[in-house]
Ligand binder design. Structure first.
Ligand code: CDP
Ligand code: MG
Length: 696
């Protein structure tokens, strides 16, 4: 390739089989079989997967051990095959269910539909899935895929998860916040329900620490366990069939990874034999920017890009868009999938031979000092970089182009990522544990402990929301009601407070909009048109009231897709909003909220927003020329996001829904408030001790 690139010395070992676990079964790897794609029947394809050789071993271990840890490279068949093996072995007989959890919603849908297809059944029947606000299961469901967050919610009704015979916690290496909480709780459940089998599956070898975590059971003993049931977790390492992947590094650091990724795609397309390309960028924005650059290239320079099929991959894609990604590449074409790190381990794409790794991903970071949580583009770890490279070696030897230098990889990249629980705001997590009766949060058996500062911050907010009492117990009824609603506690509180304020119909709409990514069409190059469209709905009260205007227009149009198109509104997002709203409305009704509209009294709507989001109050800096705000509580500098209708309007007092951070900390979804409301709705949070922040 060009001089831009130099070959690296790292030989990615796709799976590290140096393992000191309890039980290690090794079967020779099969690297002779070809990829599963093409014309072979599903049965043949299934038998070719690396995990197939371990079928008997896995079933034996699950039979004889309370917990089985399965480690195997991405694509070896863990997610799609193990639940089927369990079903074939009778674990779903007698009205029991097999669960398989995933950290990501998109992965839940994708694997469920794949497994239904392999089993030749209709999705939603024997094989179903549940994600928040979407339940595709029936009474006949035997294998259920769900997010780890949904399984946590199920525990509120059924604390011992009695309907499940086996729970497979998949993608455990991702260490998502819900996975960690789930692992801690499952360990407790197992003590009460020894017949429950757990499978922890993961793409990288973290098996030792995971095994140690589940081993502490031994000390305390397992009451009533079947005598033959081993107390220690079994560890099984599935040997993959990954091919060698040649690593290339850039010679000098790149300043614009989007542009560098695009140039590299074109370079590969020009110089390298056929095979699909997978590009790892960070989020919808930069993925769409890259798609646009490549599409423009196709327009301007047909030769360099003819035969390229460019597809974005991020959460929030419609089912039809997802299907394109999984469908085989037509002969003579080259697929380029530009993805977030969802393709790192959660999804297997066939036919990838080239990987371009930007070295970044979007990660959640919470700072308990500033009390701000945001999504930041941050460097990935070496473990992630190796996973990404491994995606290139599934069907034949591949190549990975890292958009960073070898020196950087070797000397600066962290070996492992930090578990999400140690970089998150814990408000939602604590309320869930409390609702499950876990009172001693500090003493909870965490796979990785969150920091005491984060816990204290969260307890403080929950206390101010009126969700916890002075003894840190859930208040009745408010605390229990808030926990019952499957949303961020601040949104739940906003909904519940709308009852008294007489604006629940409006607030339910706002809550539904806040729970999806965006209702606007997002694509570059139409910024001016989008801004003009927004102006048609813009309300001086801010984004929340603007959402109400959009929803009203949508309903008046008869939910028309043309209307959405004309107004730069995402039709699919709006349909989702209507659906989520209907579900939230049912929940609110069940909780005794009176459904009532305030007609056009937006004052009460803003007050409901402030009642939920008072902790996110900000004040415009008196002499700021560029719209700088400071958070009332911690004096952090923040600005209104350009996507907000209040951008450049800069009202004096606002609350925000979330922060995104790029060059600055930007507030998304902003509403104007009266400062006097803050002490009214949260007297403890804005109490008068020391200089009064509200009077500056
Ligand atoms: O979970 P793990 O990464 O070990 O593998 P998997 O998701 O069970 O995938 C096993 C195989 O199923 C992949 O190699 C693909 O060939 C195929 N698969 C697919 O074609 N389409 C999907 N949506 C999921 C899996
Ligand atoms: Mg998997």
């Amino acid at each position: 390739m060009s001089q831009f690139w130099k070959p690296g010395t790292e030989k990615p070992r796709l799976i590290d089989d140096e393992e000191g676990g309890v039980l290690f079964l090794s079967t020779p790897a099969s690297s002779s079989s070809s990829s599963g794609y093409g014309y072979a029947s599903f049965e043949k394809q299934r038998q070719r997967l690396p995990v197939y050789k371990y079928r008997t071993a896995i079933l034996y271990l699950v039979e004889t051990h309370g917990t089985t840890i399965v480690v195997g490279e991405t694509g070896s068949g863990k997610t799609t095959q193990i639940p089927q093996y369990l079903k074939e072995a009778g674990w779903a007989d007698g009205g029991r269910l097999i669960a398989c959890t995933q950290p990501r919603r998109l992965a839940v849908q994708a694997v469920a539909s794949r497994v239904a297809e392999e089993m030749g059944v209709k999705l939603g029947e024997e094989v179903g899935y549940t994600i928040r606000f979407e339940d595709a299961t029936s009474t006949g469901t035997l294998i259920k895929f769900l997010t780890d967050g949904v399984l946590l919610r199920e525990m509120m009704d059924d604390p011992l998860l009695t309907k499940y015979s086996v729970i497979m916690v998949d993608e455990a290496h991702e260490r998502s916040i819900s996975t960690d909480i789930l692992l801690g709780l499952l360990k407790k459940i197992q003590r009460r329900r020894p017949e429950l089998r757990l499978i922890i599956s993961s793409a990288t070898i973290e098996a030792k620490s995971m095994s140690a975590f589940f081993q502490t059971r031994k000390r305390r003993g397992l009451q009533g366990a079947e005598p033959a049931l081993a107390m220690e977790p079994a560890i099984l390492s599935v040997e993959g069939r990954g091919f060698n992947v040649q690593i290339h590094y850039v010679e000098d650091p790149v300043s614009d990874y989007i542009q560098a990724a695009v140039s590299t795609v074109l370079l590969i397309h020009d110089k390298e034999p056929f095979g699909d390309i997978l590009v790892f960028l960070t989020g919808q924005d930069d993925i769409e920017a890259a798609v646009k650059l490549l599409t423009e290239e196709a327009r301007d320079n047909r030769k360099s890009s003819s035969g390229l099929i460019v597809l974005p991959l991020y959460s929030g894609l419609s089912r039809a868009e997802q299907e394109l990604i999984f469908s085989p590449t037509p002969r003579g074409k080259r697929k380029v999938v530009i993805s977030t790190n969802i393709a790192e381990t959660s999804l297997t794409l066939e036919g990838i031979v080239y990987v371009i790794d930007s070295g970044f991903s979007k990660q959640r970071f919470y700072n308990p000092i500033s009390d701000i949580e945001n999504l930041v583009v941050a460097p990935i770890s070496k473990a992630s970089a190796r996973q990404r490279a491994g995606r290139a070696g599934r069907v034949r030897p591949g190549k990975c182009y890292r958009l960073y230098t070898e020196e950087y990889f070797v000397n600066e990249m962290a070996a492992e990522g930090i578990p999400e629980i140690q970089r998150s705001n814990l408000v939602s997590c604590i309320i869930q544990l409390k609702a499950l009766g876990i009172d001693n949060i500090l003493g909870f058996d965490w796979p990785a402990s969150p920091s005491p500062e984060s816990m204290i911050r969260a307890l403080e907010v929950l206390y101010s929301l009126g969700v916890l009492d002075g003894d840190a117990k859930l208040t009745a009824p408010l605390g229990f009601q808030v926990a019952e609603i499957p949303l961020d506690p601040m949104i739940s509180k906003m909904i519940l407070s709308s009852d008294q304020l007489g604006c629940s119909e409006e607030v339910l709409t706002i809550a539904a909009v806040l729970s999806i990514q965006s209702i606007w069409v997002s694509s570059r190059g139409i910024q001016k048109e989008l801004d003009e469209a927004k102006l048609r709905f813009a309300a001086a009260e801010g984004d929340h009231v603007t959402f109400l205007n959009v929803c009203k227009g949508f309903l008046q149009s008869g939910k028309s897709s043309q209307w959405c198109h004309r107004n730069y509104i995402n039709y699919h997002a709006m349909k989702k909003v209507v659906d989520i709203r209907a579900q939230l409305r049912r929940i609110a009704q069940r909780l005794g909220v009176t459904l009532k509209s305030c007609d056009n009294d937006m004052q009460v709507v803003r007050k409901a927003v402030a009642t939920g989001f008072f902790a996110n109050a900000c004040r415009l800096e008196p002499f700021s020329h560029d719209g700088m705000y400071k958070t009332v509580r911690t004096s952090q500098e923040v600005h209104i996001h350009p996507s907000s209708v209040l951008f450049r309007v800069n009202p004096k007092w606002v609350v925000y829904h979330s922060i995104v951070s790029t060059d600055r900390q930007y507030m998304r979804n902003v509403a104007t408030i009266e400062p006097s409301w803050l002490r009214e709705v949260a007297p403890h949070f804005y109490r008068q001790d020391g200089p009064d922040p509200l009077l500056r």
